[in-house]
Design a protein around this ligand. Structure first.
Ligand code: SAH
Length: 218
């Protein structure tokens, strides 16, 4: 009950900030609209998978405290720009860019959001926000997981790297890529260790033939 009320309140704050940020788009530049659309899109893409996976029975979690801190850091890094775009409170750290920079950012978002959706679709019930193993967990090595082990992180990296191209502010533009960079470096080793422990040789073989963020060249 308390969780539902808190989630509802957060969703309302999110929508209010989105509206305020859209209102200020002429000041923030139209790249900010593409950024806001991508934030909305990632929430819309994730929602049905998150709902379906609530029924999962979790059999193993790893690094719970560390994970909580890292996820909070990434949430701050990702949502800080919306607060800035809605209020202008970090305007003292704004920078300007050539006209083609937000175009490049917005165009890159399209295949990136597709990859974000595809990786959720291919992982299906095996996907989770935190690093965990569920009952009947299956090692997925098909679809976008065929030659890349972390395609979802590839998509999230690209999303965050587009942030400074669309939000022209040294703090709000860089908060996302820095926060995710920290999370990526710390999380991937223990996520892979958990998968290795769960799937043994099958995961070793999968590692040998796949790359982390992009396919192996040879
Ligand atoms: N690192 C992956 C998945 C992120 S979601 C990516 O970037 O695409 C994190 C969860 O996905 C982890 O809890 C793990 O249990 C699960 N997971 C990661 N890779 C998987 C795989 N190949 N098959 C099944 N589950 C996987």
């Amino acid at each position: 009950m308390i969780k539902t009320v808190a989630q509802g309140a957060l969703a309302l704050v999110f929508i209010a900030l989105l509206i305020a940020a859209l209102w200020r788009a002429p000041i923030n530049g139209w790249g900010s609209v593409a950024f806001l659309a991508s934030m909305l899109a990632i929430n819309v893409i994730r929602a049905p998978f998150q709902k379906a996976n609530q029924a999962n029975v979790i059999t193993g979690k790893t690094q719970v405290t560390k994970e909580g801190i890292l996820l909070a850091l990434v949430a701050i890094g990702g949502y800080l720009p919306i607060v800035h775009l809605a209020t202008g409170w970090l305007s003292f750290a704004n920078y300007s860019v050539p006209f083609w920079v937000p175009i490049l950012g917005a165009v890159t978002l399209v295949p990136t959001l597709y990859l974000f959706w595809r990786s959720h679709k291919d992982l299906g019930r095996n996907w989770s926000v935190t690093t965990e193993i569920r009952e009947e967990h299956v090692l997925v090595t098909n679809g976008v997981y065929k030659s890349v082990r972390h395609p979802m992180y590839t998509a999230i990296w690209l999303l965050f790297l587009m942030q400074p191209l669309l939000v022209h502010n040294w703090i709000a533009g860089l908060s996302g890529p820095i926060a995710f960079g920290i999370m990526y470096v710390i999380r991937v080793p223990y996520e892979e260790a958990m998968m290795r422990e769960q799937f043994g040789k099958a995961y070793e073989d999968y590692c040998a033939r796949s790359g982390r963020l992009v396919p192996k060249l040879l």
